[in-house]
Design a protein around this ligand. Structure first.
Ligand code: BTN
Length: 257
């Protein structure tokens, strides 16, 4: 393990971890400060949203988590996801790669996922102790690295751009973009600009969607907007609603994908 500073991040690099989110949480509980970043070459138990696992290929992807300590109300915490999604989208653009944001926090290219964001919060009463922001990007995976069951849903930057990506360069762009977006949320400045960037790159706006929330029956509607706290605004036959959690499928050629 080595520790070094890049901007005001304190970076801890590991060869192999079960999950960078788990390691970052452990460090936060031991008093690690804001902007502590944990990155590794391989995750043995990478975690995704909704209890799913996150698969990656050793030495080919970017897998990292950052400890954040924002003073935000509980309802505002989703803004961090919004900020992170915009940051990843912008960092890819810095690299010359166009992507879209699929609410709430998937980064997609040509309808396939290239990056995911997992935010885990630790609260005490109504206070946020810390937030762990975990980001996984499929960078240089080849076709055979992607598990068969994910081949029609996932893609890597290398596969879309047809070139090997310099992971260090991408990480540099990401760290600058994350800092910029996160500070906008934390300091409550430029939130409108961030929201505008999210909306401009959102893959859902104007699309017919299927909304899945827990055990409730799936509901069909049209995504019409994104709220300031990162909610998806959907027009259902029974009226307009702000959706703050759940999964959304887009109406595709073969139904909802
Ligand atoms: C998702 O789309 O479901 C979120 C995936 C988040 C994956 C990243 S990889 C780095 C960090 N460590 C984890 O265990 N998960 C996140």
């Amino acid at each position: 393990m080595t520790g070094c500073d890049r901007l005001n991040y304190k970076i801890y690099k590991y060869e192999s971890l079960d999950s960078t989110n788990t390691k970052a949480k452990e460090l936060a509980l031991r008093g690690a400060g804001e902007a502590t970043l944990v990155i590794c070459e391989e995750q043995t138990r990478g975690r995704g949203r909704m209890g799913r696992s996150w698969t990656s290929t050793k030495g080919k992807d970017l897998l990292f988590s950052i400890i954040l300590k924002p003073k935000l109300e509980f309802g505002e915490l989703q803004r961090i996801i919004l900020a992170a999604a915009v940051a990843v989208n912008r960092a890819l653009k810095d690299l010359g790669i166009e992507s879209q944001i699929k609410w709430p926090n998937d980064i997609i290219i040509g309808g396939k996922k290239v990056a995911g964001i997992l935010m885990e919060t630790s609260t005490s009463g109504d206070k946020t102790k810390h937030v762990i922001l975990g980001i996984g990007i499929n960078v240089n995976q080849d076709r055979e690295d992607i598990p068969d069951e994910l081949k029609d849903k996932s893609i890597s930057l290398k596969l879309v751009s047809k070139r090997e990506i310099d992971r260090e360069e991408l990480l540099d762009y990401l760290l600058v973009r994350i800092k910029e977006s996160y500070l906008a949320v934390k300091n409550r400045v430029d939130m409108e600009e961030l929201l505008k960037a999210y909306k401009e790159n959102s893959s859902l706006t104007g699309r017919e969607v299927m909304v899945l929330q827990g055990k409730a029956r799936p509901r069909r509607g049209t995504a019409i907007d994104i709220g300031i706290n990162g909610e998806l605004v959907v027009r259902f036959p029974e009226g307009v609603e702000k959706i703050s959690y759940g999964e959304v499928s887009i109406r595709g050629i073969d139904g909802y994908t």
